[in-house]
Design a protein around this ligand. Structure first.
Ligand SMILES: Cc1cc2nc3c(=O)[nH]c(=O)nc-3n(C[C@H](O)[C@H](O)[C@H](O)COP(=O)(O)O)c2cc1C
Length: 258
């Protein structure tokens, strides 16, 4: 365990050295495993067939419904379009603005930038995971609070809830790496809902630690969900190199079949 902590902190420091010159790390899309793509496709097809079923029912009842039916048929996915209307997809993310490492004081958190891009690309709903007690705006103070929460395995109270969580088959779950782990608020979020049979797709920002083992941590924490490998992007790249970030996110989503 001690070695793991040293490894995490060393990686974080190496990231700091690499980015001290002012450039971000180039963002690149991770390769997607065939079974991860298949898991996403299964959920997207499920949504598709739900739409078709509703469609057939309405088609029989009135002329107006026939128009709805035609519209849905026209919107059938082509190779370049997502196979879903996004109604069954949620992008839930934790992200903190204010003073942060390597980017100064920011108006919008690094992870939020990535989350908004994913949500707009797949047409998903979004949910910002926020705590009742906000984290300090000062970076060092925030590090102290986060370190104590990690040591205490705290589960900070969240200030909002996702309505109709059961409607979502696919949940993108985004967060920054804090002290080599997820912020404890992300564990509070995972505690709050039933993730059975959902496909959970993690993504994260960081400053050198990569995903830091968090994807397998989520997999263990949500044994009834199907947790895929995610995408990690350096926070500074997300904050300052938007076209690079958008391209890698787009490539990653393409690989998943969105
Ligand atoms: C409390 C705290 C702890 C952090 N710990 C790590 C870490 O262990 N490894 C790392 O690579 N980055 C670490 N960072 C940097 C963040 O992961 C990075 O800045 C991230 O992009 C912030 O995302 P956000 O703006 O969405 O909150 C830490 C930042 C904070 C505030």
């Amino acid at each position: 365990m001690k070695n793991r902590v040293i490894t995490v902190i060393t990686a974080f420091m190496m990231g700091a050295m690499l980015t001290a010159c002012g450039s971000g790390e180039p963002a690149s899309a991770p390769s997607v495993a065939d079974n991860d793509k298949a898991a996403v496709q299964e959920k997207l097809n499920k949504q598709d067939s739900k739409t078709e079923t509703t469609d057939v029912k309405t088609e029989d009842t009135s002329a107006e419904s026939e128009v709805v039916s035609e519209a849905v048929t026209d919107a059938a996915p082509s190779e370049n379009e997502p196979a879903s209307d996004g109604k069954n997809i949620l992008v839930a993310y934790f992200s903190r603005a204010d003073e942060n490492y390597n980017v100064g004081t920011i108006d919008k958190g690094n992870t939020q930038i990535v989350a908004e891009y994913i949500a707009s690309e797949v047409g998903a709903d979004s949910f910002h995971i926020e705590t009742v007690t906000p984290y300090p705006a000062d970076y060092d103070d925030c590090c102290d609070v986060a370190k104590k929460e990690l040591a205490d395995k705290a589960r900070p109270e969240l200030s909002g809830t996702v309505e109709n969580m059961e409607q979502y088959d696919i949940v993108f779950l985004g967060y920054p790496i804090w002290w080599g782990d997820m912020p404890m608020a992300v564990y509070s979020f995972m505690d709050s809902y039933d993730f059975s049979d959902k496909v959970v797709i993690p993504f994260n920002t960081h400053e050198g630690s990569g995903e830091s083992g968090t994807y397998s941590a989520i997999d263990s924490y949500l044994p009834n969900a199907q947790v895929l490998d995610g995408m990690a992007i350096q926070g500074k790249t997300a904050q300052e190199f938007s076209s690079d970030t958008q391209q890698s996110v787009r490539n990653w989503l393409d690989g998943l079949g969105f």
